[in-house]
Design a protein around this ligand. Structure first.
Ligand code: NAD
Length: 491
């Protein structure tokens, strides 16, 4: 079954104070689909003054919104979840068109997960009760959780609606007003959501500003009228945003890049074929969903005594990946999100070659025909080499997995942790000792064991080292968006 490109208006506007508002200078940029390099629509090229409008709207709304009950806020969050769920196919199609990832991913994973995140934080805020204890018979000690006020949120293009759905619900549930800046490459599903939920929240509670990082993101992160910046994106951008926020002593949360190891111990080769199939799938499919995932298992580490046999299976499976029309439900690998990404990935093929990495599969741009001939497609690629190479150390953010071998547990850990990043990791083994001890020794915020790429709303997610700090998801996330006031009341 195949879908086709969804319909769009000619242009869209920012969402400020409950209304769609044209950018003050009247400038728009073209947003194109990476699937076929055709125009989707025009979006506002917002500047400092547009950001200022949104920041003022959020400040005007914050007191009333911050004083609403948790029950009321939870009801509104659940309403958003219902609206996304009722329009699942539309959101999935728009996301696929904007980002290039196949419809089977957006329809079956990304958009349903969004629904769950809105519901999860609605449930968290309702389940949570304030605590009061007696210090002595005349003194009550109470902890009150207060919203921070106004929050700036800046998100990337790789999971447009999901990154929004990781960020907005906890901020809103805890009573904050938000200005969200989607990535300029993928503004469409955030806009579609605002169209559908325009009347759900009071004006000013959610504001969406489109535009480029230095023009719209920087004034938002630098604003002295906001109380926090939550950022997801590249490590180098995160460093800039911390500088901007530091001028106002604003707290930040940073969800940044990664170069995750996926480790395969020799016990995966045992007779039980079902487990081996799962491991091969774990090496291949999770690296090649365009590779545009911050936790992409982009370094495959295989124990040397099974290396040849295991890699034979991995190479065969990689070559069998169906890369085709992203609107077709059978397509496994779609387009890269932008021309910039497309070129960046190819530049790493050159770097890998110069470093002496061996191409085991792929290694070039993929040529699709017909209406997709101008899209940005890259072959699923396996590069063999060693961990000191740049292709093993730098975030390529494409369907490129770098493969190397290790002798024993100690060497596996040494290679796994020899990276600037610490976001995700995978461990595949049937050995009970390794099941627990290897994940314990890996310096990363999320370790999957005998699985990969599941992101339940209740599981805290975030980075060690240059992958950032702070956590997304889990009810602990709500504390990133509020202050605790202690009251000692004598009576
Ligand atoms: P990016 O840093 O280029 O852009 C992210 C956002 O920041 C965009 O909205 C962009 O407009 C904005 N921005 C850029 N420059 C800015 C500036 N000077 N001031 C303020 N805002 C600015 O990242 P990207 O290319 O969109 O996304 C890919 C990166 O995101 C990868 O490194 C990936 O690993 C990371 N990522 C991390 C997580 C996580 O949870 N850790 C999740 C998804 C993506």
């Amino acid at each position: 079954m195949s879908y086709s490109k969804p319909k769009f208006k000619e242009k869209y506007d920012n969402f400020i104070n409950g209304k769609f508002v044209a950018p003050l200078e009247g400038a728009y940029f073209d947003n194109t689909s990476p699937i076929d390099n055709t125009l989707i629509a025009k979006y506002p090229r917002s500047q400092k003054e547009d950001v200022e409008l949104a920041v003022n709207a959020a400040n005007a709304a914050k007191e009333a919104w911050g004083n609403t009950s948790a029950t009321h806020r939870a009801t509104l969050l659940n309403k958003v979840a219902d609206i996304i769920e009722a329009n699942l196919e539309e959101f999935a199609l728009v996301e696929t068109c904007d980002n290039g990832k196949p419809i089977r991913e957006t329809l079956n994973a990304d958009i349903p997960l969004c629904v769950d995140h809105w519901r999860y934080f609605a449930a968290c805020i309702r389940a949570e009760e304030g605590s009061a204890t007696e210090l002595d018979e005349h003194t009550l000690s109470m902890n009150i959780k207060e919203p921070l006020g106004v929050v700036g949120q800046i998100i990337p293009w790789n999971f447009p609606l999901l990154m929004l759905s990781w960020k907005l619900p906890p901020a809103l549930a805890t009573g904050n007003c938000v200005i969200l800046k989607p990535a300029e490459q993928t503004p469409s599903t955030a806009t579609l959501l605002m169209e559908k939920i325009a009347a759900v929240f009071p004006p000013g509670v959610i504001n969406v500003i489109h535009g480029f990082g230095p023009e719209a993101g920087k004034p938002l992160a630098s604003s002295s009228k906001i109380d926090k910046v939550a950022f997801t994106g590249e490590t180098t951008t995160g460093q800039l945003i911390m500088q901007y926020a530091s001028k106002n002593l604003n707290p930040v949360t940073m969800e940044l890049g990664g170069k995750s190891p996926n480790i395969f111990f020799n016990s995966v080769m045992d007779e039980d074929d079902a487990f081996l199939d799962k491991a091969v799938e774990g090496a291949v499919m999770f690296a090649f969903n365009a590779g545009e995932v911050c936790t992409c298992p982009s370094r495959i580490l295989v124990q040397e005594d099974i290396y040849d046999k295991f890699m034979e299976r991995v190479i065969a499976r990689t070559k069998a990946i169906v890369q085709d029309n992203p609107y077709d439900v059978n397509t496994m690998l779609g387009a890269q999100a932008s021309n910039d990404q497309y070129e960046k990935i190819q530049s790493y093929f050159k770097i890998g070659k110069e470093e002496g990495a061996k191409v085991l599969a792929g290694g070039a741009a993929a040529k699709l025909t017909g209406e997709f001939a101008n899209g940005f497609y890259i072959e699923p690629t396996l590069l063999e080499g060693h961990n000191k190479m740049r292709v093993f150390q730098e975030e390529i953010f494409g369907p490129v997995a770098c493969v190397t071998k290790f002798k024993d547990e100690a060497e596996a850990l040494e290679i796994a942790n020899d990276t600037l990043y610490g976001l995700g990791a995978g461990v595949w083994t049937r050995d009970a000792h390794q099941l627990y001890q290897i994940p314990r020794a890996i310096k990363a915020g999320r370790v999957w064991v005998n699985c990969y790429h599941t992101y339940p709303a209740h599981a805290p997610f975030g980075g060690y080292k240059k992958s950032g700090f702070g956590r997304e998801n889990h009810l602990m996330m709500m504390n990133h968006y509020r202050q605790t006031k202690n009251m000692l009341i004598s009576y």
